[in-house]
Ligand binder design. Structure first.
Ligand SMILES: Nc1ncnc2c1ncn2[C@@H]1O[C@H](COP(=O)(O)OP(=O)(O)O)[C@@H](O)[C@H]1O
Ligand SMILES: Nc1ccn([C@@H]2O[C@H](COP(=O)(O)OP(=O)(O)O)[C@@H](O)[C@H]2O)c(=O)n1
Length: 204
C-alpha cells in the first residue's frame, strides 16, 4: 500500500534521520524539503533575489552537503518566511508527495499545508539542549568551526522565526503522532515510527 508520510518538527530533532530510515524500510521516495529552502537561502547569501531563486530552482542542482551549515540555515529560515517563496516551492512538493510508490517528506509544514491528507503524520521533537548537542557533533565532525553555544543560538533563533511566521508556521498537525526523541536512540526512534506506519498500513 503506497502511503504519504509527513514528518515535521523543529531543527535537528531527528526528522531527516527518521524519514530516510522510513523511506528505506518501506521502499518509498524521500524528500528533505528543508533543502529547497536552504538552496534558496544560499542563493540569497550570494545576492540573488529569493523569489527568482525559488522559481528557477531545479531539484537536481541541489548540493546537500554544501547547504548544511549555520549561515545557510539562517538564510533558509528568512526566505522561508516569504509567502511567495513558499508558494513557488509548493507544486514540486505536492507532486512528490503523490508519487505512485509512496513518499516520505520532512519539513515544517508537511502535515499542515503540503499534505494535509497524508495517511501518516509524525511530529518529532527533542529538548533544545539535546538537539543542539546533536547538531554540534554533526557539524564539528564535518570540520565546521562551530561552538555548542553558537549552535544552540542558531536553532533557537530559527525555531522562533519558523514558529512565529504568518504563513505555514512550524506546528504539529492536529492528527500528528508526537515523538520526543530526547531520550531515544536512533534505532528506537525509527522503530517507533515504523510501528506507527505499520499500524496505519494494517488498518488500511
Ligand atoms: N535519536 C537520536 N539519537 C541520537 N542522535 C540522533 C538521533 N536522531 C538524530 N540524531 C543525530 O542528530 C543530528 C540531527 O538529526 P537530523 O535527522 O539531521 O535532524 P533534522 O532533520 O530534524 O534536522 C544528526 O547528526 C543525527 O545523526
Ligand atoms: N517544509 C519546510 C522545511 C524547511 N523550512 C525552512 O528551512 C529551514 C531549514 O530547514 P531544515 O529542515 O533543512 O533544517 P534542520 O531542521 O535540518 O536544521 C528551516 O529553519 C525553515 O525555516 C520550512 O520553512 N518549511
Amino acid at each position: 500500500m503506497a502511503l504519504t508520510i509527513a514528518v515535521d518538527g523543529p531543527a535537528a530533532s531527528g526528522k531527516g534521520t527518521i524519514s530516510k530510515a522510513l523511506a528505506a524500510h518501506f521502499a518509498f521516495a524521500h524528500l528533505d524539503t528543508g533543502l529547497l529552502y536552504r538552496a534558496v537561502g544560499a542563493q540569497l547569501l550570494q545576492g540573488a533575489d529569493p523569489l527568482e531563486a525559488a522559481r528557477s530552482l531545479r531539484a537536481e542542482d541541489i548540493d546537500a552537503d554544501a547547504l548544511r551549515n549555520s549561515a545557510v540555515a539562517q538564510a533558509a529560515s528568512k526566505v522561508a518566511a516569504i509567502p511567495e517563496v513558499r508558494q513557488a516551492l509548493l507544486d514540486f512538493q505536492r507532486a512528490f508527495a503523490r508519487r505512485a510508490g509512496g513518499a516520505v517528506l520532512d519539513g515544517r509544514d508537511i502535515g499542515t499545508v503540503i499534505c494535509p491528507e497524508a495517511e501518516v503524520k509524525l511530529y518529532v521533537t527533542a529538548s533544545d539542549e539535546v538537539r543542539a548537542e546533536r547538531r554540534y557533533l554533526e557539524l564539528s565532525a564535518k570540520g565546521q568551526d562551530v561552538t555548542p553555544e553558537g549552535v544552540l543560538e542558531d536553532l533557537q533563533a530559527r525555531d522562533k522565526r519558523d514558529s512565529e511566521r504568518a504563513t505555514a508556521p512550524l506546528k504539529a498537525a492536529e492528527d500528528a503522532i508526537l515523538l520526543d526523541t530526547s531520550e531515544l536512540s536512533i534505532d528506537d526512534a525509527v522503530a517507533r515510527c515504523v510501528a506507527a506506519v505499520d499500524a496505519v498500513r494494517n488498518a488500511g
